[in-house]
Design a protein around this ligand. Structure first.
Ligand code: GLU
Length: 329
């Protein structure tokens, strides 16, 4: 299908800064006392996270941001790197080729499922689960692993609008324990769905997951996806508007793994979670919400993150499926 640029677009704007700021504070006060969920322990370094940590940031496409709690505390990005790396790879090789190589359909399976590869004859999953994300990393351009790492580090930093650095302890900890991701990489390779050698793909993927971000970084990164690919503070056009659309579509499909349907039913927006407790929610044209709270539900999604996204999506009028009856009808 030919993509025709249109002057009409289905977005609105956030309420006034006073309203947004007040609601962000209210959400923090409301959910800070929630005690459900467990901190991830399968990566030993993540087990040290405090279950009390809780930060919120809403970044508007205007560049304004609204913060509460631990919004400036760094933590490893983990799976929240996936949509941004997919975006960078789409930009580098073309979104159609990326789709054909990686798949864009929901697996309905947990984030680290090995079955996600075996599920179809081709071995395709989608870039939001580990299998598809490892395959995405293997598509990163570069003559060697060092060049590929520069592409990843530079690209994710351009989304954040500042230089991101590695948490060496988290990287070493995951590197020493990521047997099932290594199994996924071998299976992908057996299905001819990996475009570098498995060891390189796994090392780069593990590094990318260990980059440090704050809730504010994540809100600005996600806001770039809400803003036609332009970073709201630096003004850099990181990816094309069409790629934003593609990335947000895959986030809707699989951003919360096997509970993506429940998320969409309740919140009505593209979202993505990660095992260190980060979560992003994108309101196209308006802005983005990022939260950080380490206790997770059974599927690996932050409990306070989901509550905050629900609360703010309702009160800020963000649900993509909302409409009011026309006064003309
Ligand atoms: N590095 C983590 C893994 O591969 C990321 C998973 C996640 O955040 O959901 O297991």
């Amino acid at each position: 299908m030919i993509s025709v640029p249109s002057p009409w677009i289905s977005t609105g704007h956030l309420p006034t800064p006073e309203v947004v700021g007040h609601l962000v504070e209210e959400a923090h006060a409301h959910f800070a006392s929630v005690e459900e969920g467990n901190v991830a322990t399968y990566i030993p370094a993540l087990a040290a996270a405090s279950p009390r940590s809780f930060g919120i940031c809403v970044a508007a496409t205007s560049g304004a941001s609204f913060n509460a709690g631990d919004w400036a505390v760094p933590f490893s990005i983990q799976s929240l790197s996936k949509p941004f790396l997919f975006a960078l790879v789409c930009e580098a090789i073309g979104e159609q080729l990326a789709r054909d190589a990686l798949g864009v359909n929901s697996t309905g399976l947990p984030f680290n499922s090995v079955l996600a590869v075996e599920r179809t004859v081709e071995g395709l999953s989608n870039p939001m689960v580990n299998a598809g994300a490892i395959a995405t990393t293997s598509l990163v351009p570069g003559d060697d692993a060092a060049a590929q790492w520069r592409f990843i580090e530079d690209g994710l930093s351009r989304f954040a609008g500042r230089r991101l650095t590695l948490d060496a302890e988290v990287y070493q900890s995951e590197r020493a324990t990521n047997c099932s991701n290594k199994g996924i990489a071998s299976l992908l390779s057996a299905h001819q769905q990996l475009w570098s050698d498995p060891a390189t793909a796994i090392d780069l993927y593990t590094r990318q997951c260990s980059l440090l971000v704050t809730a504010q970084d994540l809100a600005l990164m996600a806001c770039t996806l809400a803003n036609g690919g332009r970073q709201p503070l630096s003004g850099e056009q990181v990816i094309a508007p069409l790629i934003c659309r593609r990335v947000l579509a895959v986030m809707v499909t699989a951003g919360l793994y096997e509970t993506s349907g429940d998320w969409l039913y309740q919140i009505g927006l593209p979202g993505k979670s990660g095992v260190s407790g980060g979560m992003i929610t994108v309101a196209p044209g308006k802005g983005a919400l990022a939260t950080w709270s380490p206790p997770l539900d059974e599927a690996g999604n932050s409990v306070r993150g989901q509550l905050t996204a629900h609360f703010l999506s309702e009160r800020l009028g963000l649900n993509l499926f909302d409409s009011l009856p026309s006064s003309a009808s």
